[in-house]
Design a protein. Structure first.
Length: 86
C-alpha cells in the first residue's frame, strides 16, 4: 500500500510540473502574440507618421478599421496573458 501512495504522489508532482510548464508556455505565447498584433495595429493606425502609407498601398478607411481591430484583439490577448486561467 505505501508503494501506491508514493507512486501517486510522484504522478501528482509530475502533473503539477507539467501544468506549470504549460501555463508558462501559454503566457509567453499570449504576450508575444499580443505584442505582434498590437504592433500591427499601431503600424496600421500610424502609417502616415511612420511614412509607410505608400508602401502598404491599402485604402485609408480599411487601414483604420483593421488597425482598431488589431488593437482590440491584441488587448484581449494581453488581458488573457495576465489573467492566465488555462
Amino acid at each position: 500500500m505505501p508503494f501506491q501512495t508514493l507512486s501517486m504522489e510522484a504522478f501528482n508532482n509530475e502533473r503539477q510540473r507539467s501544468e506549470k510548464a504549460y501555463r508558462l508556455f501559454r503566457a509567453i505565447y499570449d504576450f508575444s502574440m499580443a505584442a505582434l498584433i498590437l504592433g500591427s495595429g499601431v503600424l496600421m493606425l500610424g502609417a502616415k507618421w511612420f511614412k509607410v502609407d505608400q508602401v502598404l498601398n491599402i485604402d485609408s478607411e480599411f487601414r483604420m478599421i483593421f488597425g482598431f481591430m488589431c488593437l482590440a484583439y491584441g488587448g484581449f490577448r494581453l488581458y488573457r496573458g495576465f489573467k492566465q486561467s488555462y
